[in-house]
Ligand binder design. Sequence first.
Ligand code: FES
Ligand SMILES: [Fe+2]
Length: 361
Amino acid sequence: MAAPLARPAPERPQFVRNTWYIAALRSELDGPMLARTILGTSVNLYRTSDGTPVALRNRCPHRGYPLSEGTLGPDDVITCGYHGFRFGPDGTCLSVPGQQAVPAHADVQTYPVVENGPFVWIWMGDPALADPAEIPAETGFADPSFTFVPGHVVIDANHQLIADNVLDLSHESFIHATKIGTRDVAETGITSRSDESRWLVEASRIMPDAECPPTYRERTGLQSPIDREQHIHYFVPALYVLDVSVVKAASVHDPADGPRRPYLGKVVYGLTPLSARRTHYFFAIGRDYALGDAAMDEAVREGQLCLIEEDAAAVAILQELEDEEGPSPEVSTRLDTAALIARRMLARRLRAEAAAPASAR
Ligand code: FES
Ligand SMILES: [Fe+2]
């Protein structure tokens, strides 16, 4: 008797869809139409003539040609560059060549988009659930005491490998030893909390009398010892905010010098899956000092790109090994607590989304 056919394993949803993902820098929408793959789907991003950002599925319903390869007219109508179907910014197919009637199912899917801080954010799930107020205020983008340097790179790794990286900052002591890492980071324990109602994981590390790492020495003029703090807010799966603070250590502070004023920084990362093994890594590096200092902006940008290069190399190695061998067995420590909470929360969020009625997906 023939063996029964194996039932295919149910497909595991890879990506949370009902959340805001960073899709682009605002400035990227000032030029020609922008093709960007998000959650494995090619999206066409552009602004209408009044500046409103728009996101459309970037495949023409006729034969799938990218709409971003077409032309955008002053009337905000896109003409497909292959055979000339025409589309409005609401995705409606307005006309097709060679016949009066527009065929059925010729409209293009649109996605909610909103501008917040230096970024354009996109909602790839159910449009009825897209509430711009859900973009967390913890980014600090609305706080005028901060200035931000934004940027974008693509990393050859799954977004979960990157989340692991940014949630366990003890790697700074090794991967970034010449820039922001000192032994204090790896040697100091973290406290962590979670808030499922916001899909939020928090982790804090307080480092009194710490060594001042080279990058902070250069940017602030501080010398060791310093009091250093790191506070993470990670909104699973797409947004990571790290608040950092450095100040001359209280133990060596002379009260005659007046109050100690900490230098505050914000590290905002948008982790937007491009595919299962590539991730858009948007960053906005904030500071509450040297506002309006263009040379500092440039130093911050270059410094950040160097840090990302170091992280990207590490996670790309892990991705390559995972491609070849599958996931590695793991041994975790107390410093992994936040990353482990986040992984479990992501699994629950994916399950919750998969179980929700279609209209809520
Ligand atoms: S593929 Fe767009 S009109 Fe043919
Ligand atoms: Fe890093």
